[in-house]
Design a binder for this molecule. Structure first.
Ligand code: 3EB
Length: 328
């Protein structure tokens, strides 16, 4: 853990805000993420996730800055930072790198090299969006190939101090690998879920290279960034073919992580609250209304959330949830 000299003054404040895509961002914004199939150029300080919003169209995810921001480039990486945090993004066309494995390895090697030279060296949370994630059988499945490239690009520096992460598939036949991330001047506390095997220890049957991520990272005080969470207990998929039960299992998994995190930080609410940001990914658009009902029942009235049409990394998983849980 960091000494107090390195503790950030504030956790990054993240919100979902309804905003026209062409409206400019204030100087108090570190980075923003928009969602949709729009093809127009992406303005600076932004990423666009090419998944269709089934609920929450027009919401953008705003990462507020903790102080003055500055922006730059490092090879294929673009970044902005404030005194405490850094937002980075890289997008590679797999076809220029001879396929998924090498594209992922090169992207992650670039990220690790950049981060090791950065004033904000600690990677906290990463999002990965790739084309046709479930294409290919067995170990040739593109998600597994991505995991191999990512693991090789990560190298051995992180040991088990992995960031929280998400990996979701688009269906746009672009061959575009998109990674964006949040890093900090100070490290966060990685957390594992008592109900789930650590992903980086998954058995061989799920692929030759385990997915290198932590179930959550905790940024005291008052912020928990939870990885994409699916209907997995131990290492096994639960409730194949039943989206309602998969969703209930996900809520149990998230609840378990919240209770685990509250042992370290009692300021975190025990249940979903106004500081909870949920991003749901559904494989089938026809499941969105079921997810809507479940989320509106659990979130305080009026809390914005997103349901995106996206493919989960095991073909038997129908739904996955990203969750950022903040106090206050
Ligand atoms: C799982 O728990 C479901 O490869 O970065 C969730 C979050 C999942 C992140 C990743 C994968 C990733 O294994 C899949």
């Amino acid at each position: 853990m960091s000494g107090s000299a390195h503790m950030p003054k504030a956790s990054p404040r993240i919100e979902y805000r309804m905003q026209a895509p062409d409206a400019s961002l204030g100087e108090d914004v570190l980075f923003a993420v928009e969602f949709g199939l729009d093809q127009s150029p992406v303005p600076p300080r932004r990423a666009r996730v090419g998944l269709k919003p089934l609920t929450g169209a027009g919401l953008i995810e705003v990462w507020h800055a903790t102080g003055p921001i500055s922006a730059g480039f490092d090879g294929p990486i673009r970044f902005t930072h404030d005194p405490d945090y850094l937002a980075g993004a890289i997008e590679l066309d797999e076809r220029e790198f001879g396929g998924m494995e090498r594209a992922a390895a090169i992207a992650y090697r670039a990220i690790m090299s950049f981060q090791s030279r950065s004033q904000h060296p600690h990677i906290l949370r990463m999002w990965n969006y790739l084309d046709a994630i479930n294409e290919g059988g067995g170990d040739a499945e593109r998600y597994r190939v991505f995991c191999t490239g990512r693991k090789s690009g990560f190298g051995s520096d992180l040991a088990t101090q992995f960031p929280a992460a998400t990996a979701i598939g688009r269906r746009d036949a672009t061959g575009r690998l998109q990674v964006y991330w949040l890093a900090g001047r100070a490290p966060a506390q990685p957390l594992e879920n008592p109900r789930q095997m650590s992903a980086f220890q998954y058995p061989r049957r799920y692929g030759p290279s385990a997915p290198m991520f932590s179930r959550a990272v905790q940024l005291p005080p008052g912020l928990l960034l939870i990885s994409g969470t699916a209907s997995i207990v131990g290492h096994a998929t639960q409730h194949v073919g039943d989206v309602q039960r998969q969703l209930d299992e996900i809520f149990s998994n998230i609840d378990s992580l919240l209770q685990r995190a509250r042992q370290n930080d009692a300021s975190l609410p025990a249940t979903f609250s106004h500081g909870t940001l949920i991003k749901a990914y559904v494989r089938h658009a026809s499941d969105a209304s079921l997810v809507d009902r479940a989320l509106t029942a659990r979130l305080p009235p009026g809390t914005p959330y997103l349901v995106l049409e996206g493919d989960v990394c095991r073909s038997d998983l129908l739904v996955e949830l990203d969750c950022q849980h903040a106090a206050g």
